[in-house]
Ligand binder design. Structure first.
Ligand code: T1G
Length: 689
């Protein structure tokens, strides 16, 4: 016996219980005693059946990710599952909470699986840049069929117990005392007598496999992988299960796993797994939280409506306030339409839609916000308008209500100072569409109290957002670095690059789209209005806007869009405009390569990240990575800008920034001291690497 694995007898059924908080990861200190316990019980004649169960809030949530990249210690998961399959007496996995990755693979080593009705089962390894390495790609298709296994493994999305029962993944679903019901299930099964067939020997679902249909579906999924290797490896390994003998398929899976786990992409995605959890760890984590039972949202426009949906999707009742009845009805109608679209797409049931809409209360009267515990303002991005709103909120909100502004740029300290309760105010910077985008930049103002901060970080996770706490500065973390990334874009066009060439470099890098296509999607007029308000100019974008070319919404911007389509087409008129503007400035076009485009866009962005760390606007470099991956589509396979900098080579980045600074004299290329320090110490937090 060990602290992590214990066995209890229930008549002739032995229950092996794993207890390795917080998520029963299959660390070495679990695998070793588990192997010993199972070997003993296999050979103990008085044991007629074995149940594997877990203590705590979940079944095994996977292999221990912290062990990856370290020397493997035996027994590994493969050996544990192979031993399990040598057991002739019935083995039953009793699944509650989550059975994920190696946890589900362990369960697939059992003859039977029973689950609690609320359990979720899946193989999410692809989200770590990996594939299941404990036989999941070989055993799962034998139970649920090739296509179901393919979609579960390539998406990495867990399924519920009911769906798992329907798919043949589990044999029974129970409510109440799961272990007791698993023991009686094992008893009845043992009484019926064997032989009990290990999953590896069940080929009926494979024999019916339609390989061309499988390859067609695998090709569609591979097409969505962009530059990620893991989805391709996942599909290949499931295909091996259909075409190779079991042991060969298992060996091939192992080889693919060993290759991926050592690769930069998986290292990057594992970095992000822990970075997201670190980001939610803030100072004063033990302070009491304030209760959030109802949220008020001011403004039912695109942002306000999306924010209200984010709370309703998280089960939080919302009071949505607008200045006029018409505006309120417009906002509620858009919300209704958005949910209807999700129902049509099958990503939401009619019941869930009704339940979420039931959480909304519309109003045009500030007094109706008096019972809210948090009020989020999402009105026009102008300081005077914001101050007017917070002045009125100060009058109606009850003591202890948290006040939040959704500003993207304005000074949160100045807004806070315009109220009598600056300690209760902070920024909640959602990203559009707010009901979809996972990132939430939580802006800590000078006077924001620790319990307000802790309450909002928890609330963010409760509604499925990825919270990152940032300080007050222009553009916070994301938009500030976005400005540095975009500073040279117009100059690159004037000097010879074209929008599609620059965007191609970004999509080759792994971004969903490049900066020019992104500007067209967001609308060029937004940036134009901001520049005019701040007395700034952008030669080409301003010229396009003066001609009424605002992007997709006007059918032309940096690209043209035919018949309302979203497909960007090169526009010879734009290319001519760029040439003219360049000629007008005496700039002769030259060939500009992909490397140079990366150097003049991503390197300044990393440099700005270093300044942000120095100013403590972000607490950790990994927080910056979480912002960029969850808010700006930075490729997960590269781990975020600060992680990628170490892959790219900080010395090289510094050398090239120095080069461009000498060339152009531009401040955006002036190397930040914290970046040089990173090169010397090897770590972003300045401590010697
Ligand atoms: N290994 C190590 N630590 C883990 C872990 C894991 N698998 N899962 C969670 N933790 C830590 C996490 O870092 C945090 O630590 C704490 O547990 C609570 O987690 C061979 C290759 C289960 C849904 O990908 O999705 O099996 O921050 O904050 O929100 O094929 O954790 O407190 O110090 O996320 O309630 C496959 C990963 C592994 C699932 C619970 N499994 N985990 O969510 O808690 S690869 C996964 C999760 C594998 C085999 C392969 C979630 C959760 P700390 P949490 P939560």
């Amino acid at each position: 016996m060990s602290d992590f694995v214990s066995t209890t007898r229930h008549g002739n059924v032995a229950v092996v219980s794993i207890d390795n908080p917080p998520v029963n990861a299959l660390s070495f200190h679990v695998r070793e005693p588990l192997m010993q316990a199972l070997v003993y019980l296999r050979d103990e004649p008085s044991v007629g059946a074995i149940v594997i169960a877990c203590a705590g809030r979940t079944f095994v949530a996977g292999a221990d990710i912290t062990e990856f990249g370290k020397p493997a210690r035996q027994p590994d998961l493969g050996a544990l599952v192979a031993m399990l399959e040598t057991i002739a007496k019935p083995t039953v996995a009793a699944i509650h909470g989550t059975a994920l990755g190696g946890g589900l693979e362990l369960a697939l080593g059992c003859h039977f699986r029973v689950a609690d009705r609320t359990a979720r089962l899946g193989l999410p390894e692809v989200k770590l840049g990996l594939l299941p390495g404990g036989g999941g790609t070989v055993r799962l298709p034998r139970l649920v069929g090739p296509l179901k296994a393919l979609s579960m493994i390539v998406s990495g999305t867990p399924i519920g117990a009911a769906e798992a029962l329907a798919a043949g993944l589990v044999d029974a679903v129970f409510d109440g005392d799961l272990t007791a019901q698993a023991v009686s299930f094992a008893n009845e099964t043992a009484a019926k007598g064997g032989p009990f067939t290990p999953v590896r020997d069940r080929n009926d679902r494979l024999d019916q496999a339609d390989l061309p249909a499988f390859d067609k579906e695998a090709a569609v999924l591979a097409g969505k992988a962009r530059s990620l290797e893991a989805p391709i490896a996942c599909a290949q390994s499931v295909r091996n299960a259909l075409t190779l003998p079991c042991d060969e398929a298992l060996a091939a899976e192992r080889d693919l796993f060993v290759k991926l786990v050592a690769g930069d992409q998986s290292r990057a995605q594992r970095h992000l797994f822990f970075a997201e959890r670190e980001a939610a760890k803030i100072a004063g984590k033990d302070v009491a939280r304030r209760k959030i039972a109802r949220v008020g949202v001011i403004g039912a426009g695109t942002m306000g409506g999306g924010i209200a949906m984010a709370f309703a999707n998280g089960g939080v009742p919302v009071t949505l306030l607008e200045a006029t009845h018409e505006a309120l009805q417009r906002g509620l109608a858009t919300i209704n339409k958005n949910y209807a679209v999700s129902v049509i797409r099958g990503s939401l049931s009619e019941d869930a839609k009704r339940q979420r809409l039931g959480l909304f209360k519309g109003s045009t009267d500030y007094a109706d916000l008096a019972d809210c515990d948090l009020i989020v303002e999402a009105v026009f991005e102008e300081m005077a308008v914001k101050k007017d709103v917070f002045g009125r909120l100060d009058a109606v909100a009850k003591p202890g209500t948290i006040l939040a502004t959704n500003t993207s740029y304005l000074d949160v300290n100045e807004i806070a100072a315009s109220t009598s309760r600056p300690q209760d105010l902070l920024g909640m910077h959602f990203f559009s569409p707010a009901n979809v985008m996972k990132l939430l930049e939580i802006v800590r103002a000078e006077k924001t109290s620790p319990d307000v901060l802790a309450t909002i970080v928890d609330l963010a996770r409760r509604i499925g957002k990825v919270p990152v706490v940032v300080g007050v500065c222009h553009g916070f973390v994301g938009n500030r670095m976005l400005a540095a990334r975009g500073a040279e874009l117009e100059t690159l066009l004037l000097e010879g690059a074209m929008p599609r060439q620059v965007d191609q470099v970004f999509t080759d890098f792994g971004w969903p789209m490049g900066p020019f296509e992104m500007s067209d999607l967001a609308g060029l007029d937004i940036g134009w209005r901001n520049r005019k308000a701040r007395g700034q100019t952008a030669v080409i974008a301003d010229a396009l806007c003066e001609q009424g070319h605002f992007g997709q919404k006007t059918g032309s911007g940096f690209y043209r869009y035919e018949g309302g389509s979203r497909t960007p087409l090169p526009d010879p008129d734009v290319e001519a405009l760029i040439r003219n503007k360049a000629a007008g400035r005496g700039v002769a076009p030259r060939a500009i390569g992909a490397e140079e485009i990366i150097e003049r866009t991503l390197y300044p962005m990393i440099n700005e990240g270093a300044k942000i760390l120095k100013e403590k606007i972000a607490a950790r470099a990994s927080d910056i990575d979480v912002v960029w991956v969850n808010g700006y589509g930075f490729p997960v396979g590269k781990g975020g800008p600060m992680f990628w900098a170490s892959l790219e080579g900080v010395d090289k980045i510094i050398q090239r920034l120095d080069h461009w600074h000498q060339q152009t004299g531009k401040d955006v290329f002036r190397v930040a001291p914290r970046l040089r320090q990173m090169a010397e110490t090897g770590s972003w937090d300045g401590a010697a690497g």
